[in-house]
Ligand binder design. Structure first.
Ligand code: NDP
Length: 256
């Protein structure tokens, strides 16, 4: 009986940035729980590999090549998923990027690019998926924040602003959509080994060692560390949980 609370068979999930990194880790978790998956990203090679990985888990999976900063493309993506997979029950707003510069060096177009990709895309995807999520009867939105939703860093000018915004946006949507039985929550990853942080480790000297020293778990996170939380937040097990921001960080955010 307990496992039925985590059963996602018959559900359809859209995962932006689901073709790699944390997004793929979450998509694998949802697929293992039975959900069909639409992987949304720009890189068709990465998306094809992710779709093959997810299909091997016994579910339907499709790739929808989309730039999430392009509203018309997102609208076409939502229509395409509903027409190919029949519905949308779960939306994971995970696509993200960073431009690492201190506030006095970051250009306006760089600021806009980070905010558009990390924050505005969550607004656009959620707004356009809302009718399908409402029709689901038990919709779930999962937004991906960061430790930079809580802390600051000199190189995280627009990134920290976008990730702080994600938490407040999550709270607004949780309030707005509770009457529709849509739960909206955020996950705040700690330092996870992905393409994004491989870039950061190259650019920020001493980062690798600082993360190890600061993380009580004593390691970087792995993308598979996000499978369980994604299933929980996507399943009926979390039906009375909304508006939260849950760190998945090996204890990083509670280290004094
Ligand atoms: P990756 O670089 O591995 O993944 C980023 C994903 O976002 C890719 O799949 C990429 O797909 C997609 N993406 C980026 N821009 C766009 C766009 N304009 N349109 C569509 N898709 C886009 O990084 P992570 O897995 O590390 O990051 C995933 C999320 O987790 C991000 O929101 C990040 O901020 C957050 N995060 C990561 C942490 C970490 O330590 N790794 C820590 C805290 C938060 P494609 O290239 O095909 O467009």
């Amino acid at each position: 009986m307990t496992s039925s609370r985590f059963d996602l068979r018959g559900k359809v999930a859209v995962v932006t940035g689901g073709n790699g990194g944390i997004g793929l880790g979450m998509a694998r978790g949802l697929a293992d729980a039975g959900a069909d998956i639409a992987v949304v990203g720009r890189n068709e090679t990465k998306s094809a590999a992710a779709v093959a990985d997810l299909r091997r888990r016994g579910v339907k999976a499709i790739a929808v090549t989309t730039d999430v900063t392009d509203k018309a493309a997102v609208a076409a993506m939502v229509d395409g998923v509903v027409s190919e997979l029949g519905r949308i029950d779960i939306l994971i707003n995970n696509a993200g990027m960073s431009i690492r510069k201190p506030p006095h060096e970051l250009e306006l177009d760089e600021w806009n690019k980070v905010i558009d990709t990390n924050l505005t895309s969550a607004f656009v995807c959620s707004k356009l998926a809302y009718p399908a999520l409402k029709a689901s009867g038990n919709g779930k939105v999962i937004n991906i924040g960061s430790m930079m939703s809580i802390f600051g860093a000199s190189f995280a000018t627009a990134y920290a602003a976008s990730k702080g915004g994600i938490v407040q946006y999550t709270r607004a949507c949780a309030n707005a959509w509770a009457p529709d039985n849509i739960q909206v929550n955020a996950i705040l990853p700690g330092w996870i080994d992905t393409d994004l942080t491989r870039g950061a480790r190259q650019q920020v000297s001493g980062l690798h060692e600082r993360v190890l020293a600061r993380t009580p778990a004593g390691r970087w996170g792995d993308i598979d560390d996000f499978a369980g939380i994604a299933v929980f937040l996507a399943s009926p097990a979390s039906n009375f949980l909304t508006g939260t921001a849950i760190p998945v960080d090996g204890g990083f955010s509670v280290m004094a």
